[in-house]
Design a protein around this ligand. Structure first.
Ligand SMILES: [Zn+2]
Length: 445
């Protein structure tokens, strides 16, 4: 990609399809009027000013640009996000300077998706992923880290697995005082401890196992697939009740869970066998996973995670669509459609799933102009063949994507990406994955 960022059209124009999902409702025979980078109106086609040029997309649905609320950016991902209609991503753990640079570039280059960032992972004194984490061992380290992140203008803070429990209230106070929400990976102490300390959002359902089954055999998320998990249903309901009472938000990243049984299944090349995932990702993610095995347990784990998500949904817990790309070597962009499918399998309707990836995400991120098609909203949208409001397609046919009023062809974006053939190397997470691979190799020899 060498050409300059495409320019916004200066004259207003309208786009119409069989139906339009505006972020909460389905409207039939409506058009979106785009003026510059903004939507100036959503109205019935019959009510359109005849002087405004109209582009019709028969047999298709217009949806707001999708938002993936849990990713770790690598440069190969960007065209794949855009081609799948994902116009905004929230990076939830990366090298700070690198991701802020990517955020700046993406703000100028409308061919890539908008980037929000939670900065690095704030972890305990010996971080699990040192390339993309800051160690936080005491009060001073936490206060300084958050002060630095606030000054850098991040969009929230992310506490990782080994973040010290006794420092949670301080991290929450400092983040909230700066107007930042706090998101957490809750592995060892559970979600309830984090919620009681004021953490706003929990990822991967991680920590629920500690809450519902404190003496479970050693396991991570795969422990959800242990036979004993079935006996915890009453505890799961109590925990879901408390999560609802505390108003916490769940971003379960079911697409990640799904990738784990797939990647462990013998005979499969990678997470989802996509030609657009660089070979190094497949090697880093696939080799480690296949060594560990446990495909069946992960598969049962996914089912249990979906059942628990159903308990949360039944209690009105806001649940956002996020995928954890590139973990599991899943395909950026398509993975968000997979997430919506899995959310439907957990009890959402297709429109609720679309909402979790559009207006619900935008509301939680406090970006009211994103994730909706309405007058005054940012002109980010996608045109999808068929009717995703009735059934979330496994392989969506996105025929047009628009960011800030600029219309782009997903087919051309994909063709450009394939020509560029990115190696997936040279990004902070590449360094991190290579570091883990070297460590595993040293341990094995
Ligand atoms: Zn993640």
């Amino acid at each position: 990609m060498t050409s300059r960022s495409p320019q916004t059209q200066t004259q207003p124009f309208a786009l119409a399809a069989d139906r339009l999902f505006d972020g909460s409702r389905v409207l039939v025979d409506h058009a979106v009027v785009v003026s510059g980078d903004t939507i100036s109106a959503v109205l019935p086609v019959a009510a359109l000013d005849p002087n405004i040029p109209l582009r019709r997309e028969p047999g298709a649905t217009i949806i707001p640009g999708l938002i993936d609320t849990h990713i770790h950016l690598m440069r190969w991902e960007s065209p794949l996000f855009m081609a799948a209609g994902v116009t905004t991503v929230r990076d939830v753990g990366n090298d700070l300077d690198w991701i802020l640079d990517q955020r700046r570039r993406a703000a100028d280059d409308l061919r890539s998706q908008r980037v929000l960032s939670l900065g690095p992972l704030l972890d305990g004194p010996s971080p699990n992923h040192p390339t993309v984490a800051w160690p936080c061992g005491d009060e001073q380290a936490v206060a300084q880290a958050i002060e630095r992140l606030v000054a850098a203008g991040v969009d929230g803070t992310k506490l990782y697995v080994f973040f010290p429990t006794d420092l949670l209230p301080l991290a929450v106070r400092a983040s909230h005082a700066a107007g930042l929400k706090v998101s957490k990976h809750c592995l060892k102490d559970g979600v309830l401890v984090a919620g009681r300390a004021g953490v706003d959002e929990f990822f991967h359902l991680d920590g629920i196992l500690a809450d519902v089954w404190p003496d479970h055999p050693p396991a991570w998320l795969d422990g959800w697939g242990l036979p004993g998990m079935k006996e915890t249903l009453d505890a799961q309901k109590r925990v879901a009740d408390e999560i609802a009472r505390m108003g916490m938000v769940s971003t379960p990243t079911l697409a990640y869970w799904d990738s784990q049984w797939r990647i462990r299944t013998p005979g499969r090349a990678a997470g989802d066998d996509s030609p657009d995932v660089p070979a190094c990702m497949v090697a880093w993610q696939g080799t480690a996973a296949r060594e560990q095995g446990g495909a069946d347990q992960w598969r049962r784990g996914l089912e249990a995670a979906q059942r628990f998500t159903g308990l949360l949904l039944g209690r009105g817990v806001r649940t956002l669509a996020g995928t954890d790309v590139p973990c599991g070597a899943i395909t950026a962009g398509l993975s968000l459609w997979r997430e919506m499918e899995l959310l439907v399998g957990s009890g959402m309707s297709p429109t609720q799933a679309l909402r979790s990836a559009t207006s619900d995400a935008a509301d939680f991120l406090e970006r009211p102009k994103l994730g909706r098609l309405a007058a005054g909203a940012t002109a980010d949208l996608a045109v999808v063949r068929g009717d995703p409001t009735r059934e979330i397609p496994a392989k969506p046919e996105v025929t047009l994507v628009m960011r800030e009023g600029v219309t782009m062809s997903p087919a051309e974006i994909l063709a450009d990406a394939r020509r560029a053939n990115p190696t997936g190397e040279g990004d902070p997470w590449s360094t991190q994955f290579a570091w883990h691979a070297a460590k595993r190799k040293a341990k094995a020899s």
